[in-house]
Design a protein around this ligand. Structure first.
Ligand SMILES: [Zn+2]
Length: 210
């Protein structure tokens, strides 16, 4: 009830450009029209065999993700789950494969109060059946990747994930919301392959040009 009253009083803003939009929207039509994914590449990231992303990590998507991850606008997860679903559908990704989320560090979890990847996957699971495979754990407290120079990121994530499953399927889907240098995803894929995975398909909401 309080929520309904607040909605009628408080304006709603586009997560991409901050222009006012109706309450049922998360992103305005103008921002939507700028993003026309998905993107595909046979991967240029080490240890990853194929990589799909919905859009480039640039405005408006970079702002949408920033609002989601750093300003706690959880509702954006629904929008992001839809673009992941659209990517899966467009590239006909085999969703009988288990999905391994890139784990959040304990520090980031404490700072944000939620796990961005898991929340997106939770909404995605309402649209399509798939299995989440908790194969990776984050070790220690590496520094926040987004605060580091590109050349520091690879070093920062080295050895910062462990695989906690003894046996893994031959092929898995690795999910991370954003891929910039690919250092985090590559390190995760390396750990998965060291534990028996042969083929890693990476899917993300956005990626930087590589
Ligand atoms: Zn907008």
């Amino acid at each position: 009830m309080v929520d309904i009253v607040l909605k009628s009083i408080l304006p709603n803003y586009c997560a991409g450009c901050s222009n006012p939009i109706p309450h049922s929207f998360i992103v305005c039509e103008r921002c939507e029209s700028k993003m026309n994914g998905p993107l595909f590449s046979s991967s240029s990231y080490p240890h990853i065999d194929q990589a799909y992303a919905f859009w480039r990590y640039e405005t408006p998507m970079s702002e949408i993700l920033r609002q989601y991850k750093f300003f706690g606008r959880h509702r954006i997860s629904k929008y992001l789950a839809k673009v992941v679903f659209r990517t899966i559908y467009e590239v006909a990704l085999d969703m009988t494969l288990p999905v391994v989320p890139v784990p959040t560090t304990t520090d980031a979890l404490r700072r944000r109060g939620f796990d961005p990847n898991r929340l997106i996957l939770r909404h995605l699971s309402k649209m399509i059946d798939f299995t989440v495979l908790d194969a990776l754990v984050s070790t220690g407290s590496r520094r926040q990747q987004s605060l580091l120079r590109m050349d520091e990121r690879k070093k920062n994530v080295k050895g910062s994930f462990l695989c906690r499953k003894k046996t893994l399927p031959e092929k898995v889907i690795l999910f991370d919301d954003v891929v910039t240098t690919g250092a985090t995803a590559s390190e995760c894929a390396k750990m998965l392959k060291a534990s028996g995975v042969v083929n890693v398909v990476l899917i993300s909401v956005a990626r930087s040009a590589v």
